[in-house]
Design a protein around this ligand. Sequence first.
Ligand code: HSE
Length: 422
Amino acid sequence: MVTRKLNVGLLGCGTVGRGLVELVARNHTLIRQRTGVELAITRILVRDAGKERPGVERNLLTTHPEKVIDNGCDLVVELIGGIEPARALIQRSLARSKHVVTANKALLALDGFSIMKAAEIQKVRLGFEASVCGGIPIIRALRNGLVGNQIHSLRGILNGTCNYILTRMTEDRVDFNDALAEAQAKGFAEADPTLDIDGHDAAQKLKILAELAFHAHVPAQAVLVEGIRHITADDIQAARELGYVIKHIAAAECSGDCMSLQVHPVLLPGKHQLAGIRDENNAVLVRGDAVGEMVFSGKGAGSLPSASAVLSDVVDIACHQGGFSASQGKVLDTHAPDDHGKHYLRFPVDDPSAIAAITTVLERNGIGIARAAAVWAKSASAQNQVRVLTQDCLRSTVETSLRDISASGVEKGQGIALRVMD
Ligand code: HSE
């Protein structure tokens, strides 16, 4: 096999960057034997060249981006994250005809089309496998493996931090803030973890996947986003008693000329394919017209899984240097669906008669009640609650009822209304 050298300039040496350096050192011989590509990381951009980075050669480090981009590399890997300076450095790399590999979901969700267009104009390639679901090759599956399908829907667990927090709260009864601190210590959480727990990270990933799956442009504001910060240990326990687990789910559906995208916590039946996805793992359930349902699952965050995805793009670009099309595809209507289904509702209250007032409002609005219970706190620090599991009903009717109940004055504080997925 003829061996070709590929010089890689690396922008950023955080969790994923260090993982990439480690993986290239560990597996470059294997990659050469398999593909004929001899990889070399030639320069690494860092903020502080004096910082200790075990396993990273100090003489490769620089604080000057031009020494990475303009210094004879064939391909630039951007692992800085965020919008600027990542966008400017990617644009600079493309303008100098460098292939680019990035894990930057925030930037792709905001401005992916113009970056793809710039790559197409320069006749270079843009790889972004690591931007969604860490080590799971879901981008490649949608672009290549499933290209012969019409994709009808995607449903998945796209945020490792939320899944880690919910798993620790469910299995080990760990407090929300402690579980978040663990996810931060393990390096899954974003620098600003509100992006994880309020659902924006999952929304960015869902937008990237939906654009590939439906070959359509998705406006950012088309994604309905809810996070997990209001979920309590009591909600998790109540869900368990009803046979459900609470998961943070991203869902996209396309039907005719319409698509809908939502990110929110839901109650899943214990036997659902996504219910058993634990810790920082991610999963995506894809439904295509030819393949039916397929599940992709694995590590969605972390140093080496994300580095594995980056490396897959690097090697793929080295082996097949054709351009990617930046075609934006069709324009579909996006709508916030008035979805229907069962709902789990929890209201903080201070008076036992509140259960009658709450169920009366729900029934008056046409919502059937499968179960209702008043749960009285065992300690002074806990909260008295009314919990309701509804029959199938429209989400909009639930929202109207929540407003009516809030206006009636029986609710004392922040409640919750979670969808139940069967
Ligand atoms: N903060 C992200 C997550 C990292 O928790 O999934 C991987 O994109």
